[in-house]
Write a protein that binds this ligand. Sequence first.
Ligand code: NIG
Ligand code: FE
Length: 424
Amino acid sequence: MMNNKLMIKNAAELVTCSGFKAKHGKEMSELHIIEDGAVVVEDGIIKAVGKTEDILKKYDEKDFQAIDASNKAVLPGFVDSHTHFVFGGYRAEEFSWRLRGDSYMDIMQRGGGIVNTVKATREASFEELMETGLKRLDSMLSFGVTTVEGKSGYGLDLETEIKQLKVMDELNKIHPLDIVKTFMGAHATPVEYKGRTDDYVEFMIEKVMPEIAKQNLAEFSDVFCEKNVFSIEQTRRIQEKAKELGFKIKLHADEIVQFGGAELAAELGAVSADHLLQVSDKGIEDMAKSGVVATLLPCTAFSLRESFAPGRKMIDNGCAVALASDFNPGSCFTENISLVIALATLQMNIRIEEAITAITINAAAALDRADEIGSLDPGKKGDILILEFPSYKFIPYHIGVSTVEKVIKNGKIVFDKNLGGKIC
Ligand code: NIG
Ligand code: FE
């Protein structure tokens, strides 16, 4: 038996999600399932996918670490393409205020919210951020996440923004999950710039972003484009500069009010626009035309008690929709992908097949990685989930509970529920 050669056979459903680019509209409901399927991984890369009997004709099982997936569904690893998982402190108190009727924006405007976490993150040591970050990644892994995006934006000064991004670099080295980094200096205006948001934008553009680019600390640039946070004009300035510096673009768009964020994302050629609770019809049309991945975060709407984004309408109008957790200490403190999928299907009228596409190949596209992850296709990374149940339909059906039995990352088993969790 060789460890770098893995075969999974007899899968009740091999849900391949086959494809190398984002799926739009109707394409999202086709999962390309192989019944009684098998997959072969060598040196971390998928070599073959097919019916078990065909695979066994071509490959000798004795050369492989073989896993019998009888009565189990097998899927690509989930991609969580929108999180803010490196932060200090917590905001449970604010959560309780929201239950009493305060809104997220009320709390932010009276000096709470993101800037509270900024204070705690500035005070936290590198080691403390590593320790909490590691636990959060372990939890994500247990829900079947094999690639996660993480944003800075709880520093809002050069030193702490760099600290957050370097913590992600270190975590990436020691944890099986792959981490994709996004710079989000424009997440809020820090207290030292209170009432001077234009000056803060200037500081970002002149000092912080060039340094982040020079040290190659992030692949994407994101902005919280929202009324009373960063205006369309401020967002455009920051993201034009980001493009000049070589960052790919994401936007927090149209979350609380309709603001033209989706339209701006299309204009900028963004890879994704995220949240979109209040998106306009024109915004939907622009995203569909320009190929911006519409990333929906149903656990955030749930946690903020807002109405859900019009996901059904986006798919019906030809958008490529992705789903993500938005794990963060304020608006959505959960890494639970099962709950994301349950809410998408039960509350947004998204079909289970569409939701699976949205958390695999379309989420990979939201990270500009549809050519290397997000499906079970030869040539892609061996990032694979084995469920405890025979069908992908159990994922939302078993509401909010992880149905993942084993997680395979780059062809190695890194999580096994039967062996107590993470095993590497
Ligand atoms: O995606 N909306 C803005 N940013 C985060 C929340 C961050 C926080 O509240 O700490 C989000 O929901
Ligand atoms: Fe977010």
